[in-house]
Design a protein around this ligand. Structure first.
Ligand code: FES
Length: 228
């Protein structure tokens, strides 16, 4: 872990330790599950258990791997990133601070984005993903935690100026250098072609996200990004 990362505001250092092994396994997405097991073994049991409250009993867990999940975000701190799992894929949940949201509409960032309105390769029902926040609640960002180049898990790099001199904060993929803002929109110069997809989800309560379908109606339930 870099010094910049460990100093990032509001970040859960234990959890970032758990993300790092997945990045080091870069090109092999199957290792995500191993990484998730690492979360439980790294002292972050409470955190991970609290967020994965997917109402599954152990007997149904396997058959429900593709089912929507419920994530309780009530214990998240501002600036904190946590990792959940849906359809065997890592899912980011980031509690964005006000300064992070402010960066998303800065002209100096917008002119660097490949697809600022997220018009390419996004699920059709999630109209909210076309804005700068790409979220139903601006402070709570949810996305598939896979780079759209070759599906590494990008690093969370919130501290400004740490990746490039103009770096506003966001996500950086160490595999081949792709850069994303705090809404996971890809930045020009990255090998990644697309913004990182936002999965279908809605908020069951202000503190519980239901990830895997829209509005409880099953809408987009079977959606998966083309890159999977
Ligand atoms: S996999 Fe992320 S830049 Fe290549």
């Amino acid at each position: 872990m870099t010094n910049e990362t460990t100093r990032a505001e509001g970040m859960d250092a234990v959890f970032m330790d758990s993300i790092r092994p997945a990045q080091e396994m870069r090109k092999d997405r199957r290792h995500f599950l191993i990484s998730a097991a690492g979360v439980l073994g790294a002292g972050a049991v409470g955190l991970f258990a609290d967020v994965l409250i997917d109402n599954m009993n152990p007997g149904k867990a396997v058959e429900a791997l593709g089912a929507p999940i419920d994530v309780d975000v009530s214990k998240m701190e501002p600036g904190q990133l946590i990792l959940a799992e849906w359809k065997k894929k890592p899912i980011w949940i980031l509690k964005r601070e006000a300064w992070m949201l402010k960066t998303l509409s800065e002209p100096s960032l917008l002119r660097r984005l490949k697809d600022p309105e997220s018009k390419q390769n996004q699920q059709p029902a999630s109209k909210f993903i076309n804005g700068n926040y790409r979220a139903l609640q601006p402070e709570m960002f949810i996305a598939v935690a896979l780079c759209t180049h070759m599906q590494c898990i990008p690093d969370y790099r919130p501290a400004p100026h740490t990746v490039t001199p103009w770096w506003p904060g966001g996500f950086h993929c160490a595999c081949h250098g792709s850069m994303y803002d705090f809404s996971a929109r890809v930045i020009e110069g990255s090998p990644a072609p697309l913004n990182i997809p936002v999965p279908p989800y809605y908020w069951k309560t202000p503190m519980v996200a239901h990830i895997g379908e829209m509005n409880g109606s099953g809408l987009d339930k079977n959606w998966t990004p083309d890159i999977w």
